[in-house]
Design a protein around this ligand. Structure first.
Ligand code: ADP
Length: 423
């Protein structure tokens, strides 16, 4: 069994990948797990990110799941724990950020932690405790209309305080800009005034690096994925740590696209325009004839030797509306997700070892169908989308590379350039 340095608990799946991606870029060999694993890890790893789905579930369930994850991470030797939430601080007056952070502090017997969703590369800035998305305050950015976690206050000290029993303070920009010693002194001052959590201002990567240095001895760090870039420097990682290198694979290449987002539509069109083999899944035909799934697997299998093949249900918004009208919104969604997941399994069984999945929900369905429990995070294709290595769940199966792309991520040539990145 290998021991780890940093143990992370993320409150959703794509957020976990985003964090893992940042840790890898900063030199840590990182494994992402789907839920808390039942067994120990068996490969050399510096950081593990446990992906929960705890952002909007009831507070007590979120606390319980997070404490289970903490226990597992500690049993793997984690020296520091990182609670990751969304960089738009998605939460309600009840939680779950505050209550989960307090429960983790209590389990770790620590009296202080920081909270910063700042991620300047993604235009998330925190100044005087207020969160900005680009040049807009959080509560004027569209996040005030979020269906599950409407954010009506950009003052994060106030937002977090409303979720916490303990006292929440601020480490402001004037302090942060003076560097790590000044931040450490402020932490001591807040501690002596019985403040248990502090929002920390940050508007640049330099700020995150200084904050990272200052919090090296805190048992618990909480934040978005931005602060991750400031932590690896504290662990004296070997320079030869090739964090982005994935185990090589030999097999065929395929893409499954079930996202109908604008960016994915463009990526599918670009792939087809390049003359590469592509086949559309027609939901109306599928609804009438489940045999369509095997036909698509057979078609793809017969084209695998021609380079990457694409199977897609991706289509324009007008067509999606028509299909949803005909089949029902959730029925259409479930039918297509489950068909694409079966196709993903069929293709891996046919020898595909480099697979791209486009679509957040579709990725979830495919990951489940493929029985993936752990992902080793590799090189970034485009911001937020790394190649990963999926560990086989039994010793007879071979591992494979997989990239899970959220709908609106990636450049138009994403499907064309991705495979080259691994060579
Ligand atoms: P994104 O990341 O772009 O939001 P998701 O996978 O999360 O993509 O969501 C896309 C949803 O659209 C899925 O539920 C999928 O089943 C559904 N879908 C895919 N293609 C079609 C289509 N042609 N018609 C109707 N729904 C579709």
């Amino acid at each position: 069994m290998s021991t780890i340095l940093l143990g992370c608990i993320a409150d959703d799946f794509t957020g976990a990948t985003d964090l893992a991606n940042n840790l890898v870029r900063a030199g840590m060999r990182t494994l992402q797990t789907i839920g808390t694993p039942k067994t120990k890890i068996n490969m050399p790893t510096d950081a593990v990110v446990i992906a929960l789905k705890s952002r909007t579930i009831p507070v007590d369930e979120a606390v319980e799941q997070s404490l289970n994850a903490l226990q597992w991470l500690r049993s793997c030797g984690a020296q520091q724990i990182y609670f990751k939430y969304c960089s738009t601080f998605d939460s309600t007056a009840k939680g779950n950020i505050g209550p989960v952070a307090e429960a983790l502090m209590s389990a770790l017997a620590t009296d202080f932690t920081i909270a910063t969703p700042a991620f300047p590369e993604n235009k998330r800035f925190v100044f005087q405790g207020h969160l900005f998305l680009g040049n807009q305050l959080l509560n004027e950015s569209g996040m005030q209309n979020h269906p599950l976690t409407p954010m009506n206050d950009s003052n994060l000290v106030r937002v977090l305080q409303s979720q916490c029993i303990s006292s929440v303070g601020l480490i402001d920009y004037e302090c942060v800009t003076k560097g790590s010693n000044s931040i450490e002194a402020k932490i001591q001052e807040l501690r002596s005034n019985s403040v248990s959590m502090a929002i920390v201002d940050a508007i640049s990567n330099h700020d995150l690096l200084e904050i990272g240095r200052a919090i090296r001895s805190l048992p618990l760090v909480t934040g978005g994925s931005g602060i991750a870039i400031g932590l690896p420097q504290n662990f004296s990682l070997p320079a030869a740590n090739k964090a982005q290198v994935l185990p090589p694979v030999q097999g065929f290449q395929a893409i499954i696209s079930g996202s109908c987002s604008q960016a994915t539509n463009l990526q599918v069109a670009t792939f087809i325009a390049a003359g590469l083999p592509a086949h559309q899944l027609d939901p109306f035909v599928l609804a009438k004839d489940p045999g369509t799934i095997q036909q698509l697997i057979d078609w793809a299998t017969s084209h695998l030797d021609q380079g990457p093949v694409l199977i897609y249900s991706t289509t324009l918004p007008e067509t999606v509306k028509m299909i949803q009208l005909g089949l029902g919104i959730s029925q259409a969604g479930n039918l297509i997700e489950s068909a694409l997941a079966t196709i993903a399994s069929g293709l891996v069984a046919a020898g595909v070892q480099q697979l791209i999945i486009a679509g957040g929900e579709v990725s979830g369905a495919c990951v489940q169908a493929l029985g993936i429990e752990q992902l080793q995070i590799g090189p970034q294709i485009d911001p937020g989308v790394p190649w990963c290595y999926a560990n086989p769940d039994s010793s007879e199966k071979e591992g494979f590379h997989i990239a899970l792309k959220s709908g609106n991520f990636g450049s138009p040539d994403f499907f064309l350039k991705s495979f080259g990145i691994l060579q």
